[in-house]
Unconditional design. Structure first.
Length: 132
């Protein structure tokens, strides 16, 4: 619950800073996932023993590792920040709608590097809408 968390007690400028820090952490996870997914070359060079199953297994392992890194703390911070910022914007009558919002499910489990970037971008976008 946001009201019981320290995030609900932050001032707007502190909330903006916290959102930026969490967004950076989320971006780093997404960047690492992209690097890890590219470790197995596809299509393989002639004579390579790499199969599509190798690529799939690599992507699954990399995605599982990224989601473990995203884990409870960063994910929880992201969800709480999103909720608190949206609540404050609503109480100020500021519209926060966009077609690019990954929604709560996007924050719950980004599935690829693009998903992590979308979550980080949305957190930053929302924070920028807050008045100082």
């Amino acid at each position: 619950d946001v009201n019981k968390s320290p995030i609900g007690k932050l001032r707007n400028y502190q909330l903006k800073k916290r959102a930026d820090l969490v967004a950076k952490a989320i971006e780093q996870i997404g960047e690492q996932l992209a690097i890890d997914c590219d470790k197995v070359e596809w299509p393989p060079r002639t004579g390579s023993s790499t199969t599509i199953n190798d690529v799939a297994a690599n992507h699954i392992a990399a995605s599982a590792q990224a989601n473990a890194a995203y884990g409870k703390d960063i994910k929880q911070d992201g969800l709480l920040l999103r909720s608190e910022i949206k609540s404050r914007l609503q109480s100020l009558g500021i519209s926060d709608t966009t077609v690019l919002d990954p929604g709560e499910s996007g924050f719950e489990s980004p599935t690829n590097p693009i998903g992590f970037r979308m979550v980080a971008s949305e957190l930053r976008r929302l924070a920028k809408l807050l008045p100082r």
